[in-house]
Design a protein around this ligand. Structure first.
Ligand code: HEC
Ligand code: HEC
Ligand code: HEC
Length: 383
């Protein structure tokens, strides 16, 4: 009986196993790499298609880098953190009814397939790692703003602070700031009363005259009255000066005086001394008054550059640089926009900010006189 020798078989077996394992491992590794490169490639082409679709269709409203314009900033970490891909997909597909944001999905009559919308979403998503924080303004009803709307639209009949007045025929009207009366109705009732008015009794409806937000501000004002608060209006001297100018241009000296005196009572700074001569001239020499008032409205508000520097370093430096060299915000030393605009224009610009950009409005954060000071400071940087 021949002694069987298994050693050779064993060796051959082991060698074959090793080769097999190596082959399988090799196949596995290359396959994974291949799959990975296929999906990376697919992602890259999706991104490229998305970029092209974005450039062709969205830039006009959302800006070439997603910085915003007519539409809000999309290159915005606040939005991108909040909105999942599904939310972006749905927004782009269906648009935003009753805004200018169109519906892009075919299901909503748009031009894009689902895949194309997904391509755009991946293009927008790719901004996220470097997206700046852009706080978009959320509307919050505001009683002081309501008070300034009240002064323009309601005070003629309902009197100062709602304490009562007379209707257009001189009949007395009860107070609308009465706490007991205000407690009888809720906000919806007030909203409807303001919007619809009481035409038969001579109360005009506000629909079409005041915006929904303005009515909300008025309701916030009434809410404050209901709590027994005294509300000081946010009317700026700039607004009152403009109202005075408008009245004088219409040859209504009496209204012009009314506005100008109120403007003077909240005015400040070096231009304060320019009110009295105009007030004195209105009854006797309207032409002189008109020309002085026109130049006052263009120069207003006039501030103090030294204070302005402190405010700038507090509120503006982070984006515009301490030497006005720019950063997230534009270079301001020098700056053509500042040179091309009057104080009055810059004041309006700073109040409102630039929608959809990181430059927000300062209405709620800086007073009129602080803004005047900042403007005076910005002027020191111009040639
Ligand atoms: C004609 C102007 C216009 C065009 C073109 C436009 N948008 Fe918009 N978009 C807007 C406006 C305005 C809004 C804000 C609507 C609102 O007030 O809710 C908006 C909102 C959005 C939002 C929601 C942002 C948020 O803050 O919730 C997304 C996402 C968006 N657009 C993506 C796109 C994409 C992608 C395209 C191109 C395929 C595009 N838009 C084209 C005007 C436009
Ligand atoms: C042209 C004069 C006039 C103007 C302007 C006017 N109102 Fe009136 N308002 C009236 C009259 C008249 C009534 C009815 C009083 C009555 O029913 O006896 C009234 C009634 C109201 C009431 C109901 C009071 C109650 O408790 O029954 C509210 C609230 C009110 N007005 C708010 C406003 C607000 C806010 C504005 C500004 C947007 C405004 N009104 C502008 C004349 C006016
Ligand atoms: C969070 C960042 C940020 C802060 C804070 C900021 N800005 Fe800006 N500002 C910007 C950006 C961004 C722009 C450009 C907006 C655009 O793209 O049109 C800008 C634009 C401006 C412009 C217009 C310049 C031009 O050429 O169009 C002026 C003026 C300005 N800012 C002044 C100020 C002042 C004054 C303050 C402080 C009260 C301030 N900014 C605070 C970001 C900021």
């Amino acid at each position: 009986m021949q002694k069987e020798n298994y050693t050779t078989h064993q060796i051959i077996g082991i060698v074959l196993s090793v080769i097999l394992i190596a082959a399988v491992t090799f196949a596995f590794v290359t396959e994974t790499a291949r799959t990975e490169s296929v999906s990376a490639k697919a992602e890259k082409t999706s991104l490229q298609r998305g970029r092209q679709l974005y450039v062709d269709n969205c830039v006009s409203c959302h800006g070439s880098r997603g910085e915003g314009g007519v539409g809000p900033a999309l290159n915005n970490s606040v939005l991108l953190k909040k909105a999942s891909n599904d939310v972006l997909f749905a927004t782009i597909t269906s648009g935003r009814p009753s805004t200018v944001m169109p519906a892009w999905g075919q299901a909503y009559g748009g031009a894009f397939t689902d895949e194309q919308v997904r391509d755009i979403v991946s293009f927008i998503r790719a901004w996220q790692p470097n997206a700046p924080v852009v706080q978009t303004a959320v509307f919050v009803p505001d009683a002081p703003r309501g008070a300034s709307i009240y002064e323009n639209a309601c005070m003629v009949c309902h009197g100062e602070n709602g304490k009562g007045g007379t209707d257009l025929n001189g009949n007395p009207l009860v107070a609308i700031n009465d706490r007991a009366q205000l407690g009888k109705h809720d906000d919806t009732w007030y909203q409807q009363t303001i919007e619809n008015g009481r035409p038969a009794k001579g109360m005009p409806g506000s629909s079409g005259v005041l915006s929904v937000n303005q009515v909300s501000d008025l309701i916030a004002l009434m809410g404050a009255w209901r709590n027994g608060e005294t509300v000081v209006s946010k009317t700026t001297a700039a607004q009152l000066i403009n109202s005075a100018l408008f009245s004088l241009q219409q040859n209504d000296g009496e209204d012009a005086l009314f506005y100008l005196k109120r403007a003077k009572s909240i005015a400040f700074g070096p231009a304060l001394s320019r009110f009295d001569p105009i007030i004195n001239n209105i009854p006797s020499s309207q032409t002189a008054a008109l020309s002085d008032l026109t130049s006052l409205s263009k120069d207003w508000p006039v501030g103090d550059a030294k204070n302005g520097e402190t405010i700038f370093m507090d509120a503006c430096k982070s984006c515009h640089g301490d030497a006005g060299q720019g950063g997230v915000g534009r270079k301001l030393k020098p700056n053509q926009f500042v040179q091309d605009n009057t104080n009055a224009d810059l004041f309006q610009f700073l109040l409102a900010g630039r929608t959809g950009t990181a430059m927000r409005g300062w209405q709620d954060r800086l007073t009129e006189s602080q803004l005047a000071d900042v403007i005076a400071f910005l002027r020191t940087w111009q040639p």
